[in-house]
Design a protein around this ligand. Structure first.
Ligand code: ATP
Ligand code: MG
Length: 380
């Protein structure tokens, strides 16, 4: 009798038709990656793969957050004979103690006597004979005991919900504007969960923002890496741009012009590193620069799709995700980001595109962008 894990893929992967193999291979690679350093092996029986882990709890903990895995079932392998199956099925019920149950059978081994309905009925009858106060419910059982009959038989009723989403690396790439705040790591996580490969960019205003602010962003990228594997973090020197804006533009337009430069630079880096899109942690109405008008004006300089997965979310809900994924504690550390230092007292909340474009004529945009790109540091 052996305990194995049955890993269930997100149903969307099955809709992929001819590409399905590609998605599955990527998912398998990603599962192997998170299991590195543990003792495990894959066991195959008539086309079904099971995972055997020396430390089963550790295996579950790691695999359940691999994007594309929707559920993990803890399976007991027994000999393919009715008596063994019945005994194990009863044991599962005794551990879970439900009020109602049903048995579902999948019989891939056609030499096993009886069809799947008959097997379910026999196993169910055995469970009923050997327990008290237990009822069968076909429509709404509290517990489903699954029986899979192959070369060996596999019995399971414990299911652990996993993260879902799509296998990381199967849906293009994005340049995540990663600040030290709560929102942008969550935005990155949400894109990664849909299979989009993450690259991160952080705009650093040395010496107005400390080395620790930069370290904090690196730490956040490091936490995201737990879900994705290797990530590149581009740290862009932003001080010269901010100084120029302060010198040459009106105070109430500082923020929006600064945001346009961030957008230009994120797009530029995306172009250089062949990244498809840009992602930000913006949420409509959250702060002065995230009004609809502000979003329109900063979007104006983008030359590729800009994704804002948090756009319609409340801060409270974003904070909940941030706690779940483990970035919250780092995000709330009090190191300032560049925006808090150069904040005007009364930023424009309804900037007009034509007047902002006009204001930027005072700046040598191309040169500023070029210098910032030249000074960019990469952390892998
Ligand atoms: P966050 O919690 O992600 O910092 P925020 O609520 O503080 O967001 P803003 O400061 O207006 O909002 O920033 C909006 C978005 O712009 C951020 O979510 C992030 O994607 C990006 N951003 C802001 N500052 C920086 C920075 N210094 N480096 C990289 N991206 C940034
Ligand atoms: Mg911020």
């Amino acid at each position: 009798m052996k305990k194995l894990l049955l890993i269930k893929y997100a149903p969307e992967i099955f809709l992929k038709g001819l590409n399905r193999g590609k998605f599955e291979r990527r998912l398998n690679d990603n599962i192997k990656r998170v299991l590195e350093g543990t003792n495990y092996s894959f066991v195959s029986d008539q086309g079904r793969w099971f995972l055997e882990c020396e430390d089963i709890e550790e295996g579950i903990k790691r695999v359940k957050r691999v994007f594309g895995v929707s559920e993990i079932c803890i399976v007991t392998e027994v000999a393919a004979n009715m008596e063994e199956i019945q005994k194990q099925a009863l044991k599962e019920i005794e551990e879970i103690k439900p009020a109602t149950f049903k048995v579902e059978t999948n019989r891939a081994n056609k030499s096993f006597p009886g069809n799947s309905m008959e097997v379910s009925r026999e196993v169910g009858a055995y469970i009923l004979r050997n327990s008290e106060d237990l009822k069968v419910s076909v429509s709404k059982p509290e517990c489903i005991v699954n029986v899979e009959i192959r070369e060996r038989a596999y019995v399971y009723s414990k299911r652990i919900k996993a993260v879902g989403g799509m296998p990381y690396g199967t849906n293009g790439s994005t340049m995540l504007m990663l600040s030290g705040g709560i929102d942008s790591p969550v935005a990155g996580y949400m894109m990664a969960r849909r299979g989009v490969e993450l690259n991160c960019v952080y705009f650093h205003s040395h010496p107005y923002t400390s080395e620790r602010a930069k370290e904090k962003v690196k730490d956040l990228a490091y936490i995201l890496k737990e879900y994705t594997g290797r990530i590149n973090l581009y740290v862009v020197p932003f001080t010269e741009i901010q100084m120029q804006i302060i010198e040459k533009c009106r105070e109430d337009e500082l923020t929006i012009i600064m945001r346009r430069f961030m957008m230009r630079l994120a797009c530029k880096l995306a172009e250089i590193h062949e990244v498809n899109s840009v992602t930000t942690g913006e949420s409509v109405g959250q702060v002065a620069s995230q009004t609809m008008e502000g979003l329109v004006v900063s979007n104006d300089v983008a030359d590729r799709p800009v994704f804002r997965p948090l756009i319609a979310m409340d801060k409270i809900d974003i904070m909940d995700i941030s706690r779940d994924i483990g970035t919250y504690e780092t995000s709330i550390l009090p190191y300032e980001d560049c925006c808090t230092i150069f904040v005007p007292k009364h930023p424009k909340t309804k900037p007009r595109l034509d007047s902002i474009r006009k204001a930027e004529e005072a700046l040598d945009i191309e040169l500023l962008v070029e210098n910032a790109v030249k000074g960019t540091e990469v952390f892998r």
